[in-house]
Design a binder for this molecule. Structure first.
Ligand SMILES: [Cu+2]
Length: 167
């Protein structure tokens, strides 16, 4: 029984990893703290630095409608916290924004002085091809081993999990 529990645990872990690998990633901006004013002005810069963003990924901005918002802007607007050429505005939270163009994408909160205090985010978005490479690198370094050619489709793994639970 212990052996079965253990294998369920490992299969679940592998299944989750595979699902993450197959689908475009959703990035919860700021993690559990969400999209808000942080005590550290470079909080979102540091958050973004640790991640890879790829065309097709989504940014999820967690905030309360009316308290914060998200505007996508040009680089010069981003630097100066101005709104001369707003690309897109999202006023109701949470807001999910799909990263559709490669290169730098600029966002900030346009409520009060929030942008000036550091509620701003720039993400460097890679194209699809480079994404595959970087994600595979991540998996081989953290997971320890399976080459992409041997990946079992996530659905097959899930069926296997269900089968194990039947016992
Ligand atoms: Cu705000």
């Amino acid at each position: 029984m212990a052996a079965i529990s253990l294998s369920i645990f490992f299969l679940s872990a592998i299944g989750c990893a595979l699902i993450g690998w197959v689908d475009a990633a959703d990035h919860i901006v700021g993690g559990s703290t969400g999209w808000t004013i942080q005590s550290n002005a470079t909080f979102y810069e540091e958050w973004a630095r640790l991640r890879n963003f790829v065309v097709g990924d989504k940014l999820v901005f967690l905030f309360t409608t009316g308290v914060h918002n998200v505007v996508e802007v040009t680089e010069s607007d981003f630097d100066a916290c101005t709104q001369k050429a707003v690309i897109e505005s999202h006023y109701s939270g949470p807001a999910t924004i799909r990263l559709s163009s490669p290169g730098n994408n600029y966002f900030y909160c346009a409520v009060g002085k929030h942008c000036v205090t550091g509620q701003k985010l720039v993400v460097a978005v890679a194209t699809d091809d480079s994404s595959t490479t970087s994600k595979l690198t991540n998996y081989s370094s953290s997971g320890g081993g399976s080459s992409p050619g041997n990946l079992i489709p996530a659905s097959a793994l899930l069926s296997l999990l269900l089968w194990l639970f039947m016992w």
